[in-house]
Design a protein around this ligand. Structure first.
Ligand code: MG
Length: 189
């Protein structure tokens, strides 16, 4: 049986200590907030498609591991991001793509990852990428990637499902300033 997105987020967060986490708009951010709210979480409330790009920008400008929790529908809107990630390859970036082959937050309409391999595209961009669906393998891959000093793409295949969790109740400006405060000590000089 496939995992659900909330399982994939919960498993990832078990391994996160003080790393920076950027999370895709909609249910992914709601589920992350429900599992573990922390200042180092940046919940996107707009800009669908730009999670990978925001994560990459942060990784390039900070001395700290950055994890972007991306979705398949979102990444398909901005596939060029993978090419830029492959070209820049910061040593502190993990792109954690939760692929349910659906636009989950708008009602689970099918996306083209039904036939398109995001892992294959990432590899073609020169990135070390892996696709995984089993929990045991996922845990091993996360642990390795967090300890490695290189760009890594992890595509987690999950079933379409939205956990019934509340909206992120934080004001957008609060999310922004709390996040900025939490990352400023990691700025590259
Ligand atoms: Mg999706």
């Amino acid at each position: 049986m496939l995992l659900r997105r909330i399982d994939a987020i919960r498993i990832l967060m078990e391994y996160i200590r003080d790393e920076i986490v950027v999370c895709n708009i909609g249910f992914p951010s709601r589920e992350l907030y429900h599992i573990k709210d922390r200042p180092e979480n940046f919940y996107m409330l707009g800009s669908m498609g730009l999670c990978s790009s925001i994560g990459l920008g942060l990784a390039l400008s900070l001395n700290k591991k950055v994890i972007a929790i991306e979705g398949d529908g979102s990444l398909l809107m901005n596939l060029g991001a993978l090419s830029t990630i492959g070209y820049t390859q910061p040593n502190n970036f993990m792109l954690y793509i939760i692929d349910n082959s659906a636009y989950g937050s708008t009602g689970n309409q099918k996306t083209h990852t039904v036939n398109t391999s995001l892992c294959g595209i990432a590899r073609a961009c020169g990135i070390d990428a892996v696709e995984v669906s089993q929990e045991e393998n996922l845990r091993r891959i996360i642990e390795e990637a967090l300890n490695d000093n290189k760009t890594k793409v992890i595509v987690v295949k999950v079933e379409p499902y939205n956990e019934k969790v509340e909206n992120v109740p934080l004001h957008p400006m609060y999310i922004k300033f709390r996040f900025m405060e939490s990352i400023k000590r990691h700025r590259k000089s």
